[in-house]
Design a protein around this ligand. Structure first.
Ligand code: 5RP
Length: 227
């Protein structure tokens, strides 16, 4: 199976999570190629949901194309989504992740924070022993880009690179930080959050995944966050 087929298999497996945990509910939907497979599979499945809160304009457009009702977070009755389905760029054994390869990290973090269950769908290449080989995306206010970059170098020793020509759904810029040694993902996530002008960073450690559906050549493995 190639990587796209694996992504599709993981996405398909997430349908069972919707059937079990969120029938008739509003669900959270992430962003990326794996999620695109999920949106298409959900639409084809006939599973009845009330609607979806989207983490990006791209996913919103795809959901709308399938006739799935778009719901804003403000409209969620008790403030909680039963599930949030999203991919990852890397996921470690404690289910901390690097996300934001597609640049949707801020809204992804917001929707994930409103969900009681984060279900990560990915192919096996995303599983790593330690985070940091994938450059860590940091969304920055445009006027602060250079200053935030300098502060990241000072704090972490990493090398920030401007994702030139890319503007987030929030009108901001992205720095992709390579060369990081991430021993404590929660601490680094918090430290980067303190930089003035940094909107969000792509570490999802303080709120990691609860369930992992990882597609391998021999099938989709389901596991729950250890501990
Ligand atoms: C987008 C993300 C995606 O979840 C991540 O980049 C994985 O993408 P893909 O499913 O295309 O491999 O965080 O901001």
């Amino acid at each position: 199976m190639n990587q796209d087929e694996l992504k599709q298999a993981a996405a398909f497996a997430a349908l069972e999570e919707i059937r079990t945990f969120a029938p008739g509910a509003v669900i959270g939907v992430g962003t990326g190629s794996t999620v695109n497979y999920f949106i298409d599979a959900l639409a084809a499945s006939g599973i009845a949901i009330r609607g979806a809160v989207s983490s990006s304009e791209a996913s919103a457009q795809r959901l709308a194309t399938h006739g799935i009702l778009l719901v804003s977070l403000d409209e969620i009755g008790d403030g909680l989504l039963p599930v949030y389905i999203d991919g990852a760029d890397e996921i470690d054994p404690g289910f901390s992740m690097i996300k934001g390869g597609g640049g949707a990290l801020t809204r992804e973090k917001i929707v994930a924070a409103a969900a009681s269950r984060f279900i990560c769908i990915c192919d096996a290449s995303k599983k790593v022993a330690a985070l940091g080989r994938f450059p860590l995306p940091v969304e920055v206010i445009p006027m602060a880009r250079v200053q935030v970059g300098r502060e990241i170098v000072r704090l972490t020793g990493g090398v920030p690179r401007w994702r030139e020509g890319f503007v987030t759904d929030n009108g901001n810029h992205i720095l992709d930080v390579s060369g990081l040694i991430i021993n404590d993902p929660c601490a680094l996530e918090s430290d980067l959050n303190q930089i003035a002008g940094a909107v969000t960073n792509g570490l999802f450690a303080r709120r990691g995944a609860d369930v992992l559906l990882v597609a391998t050549a021999s099938g989709v493995e389901r596991s729950e966050r250890p501990g």
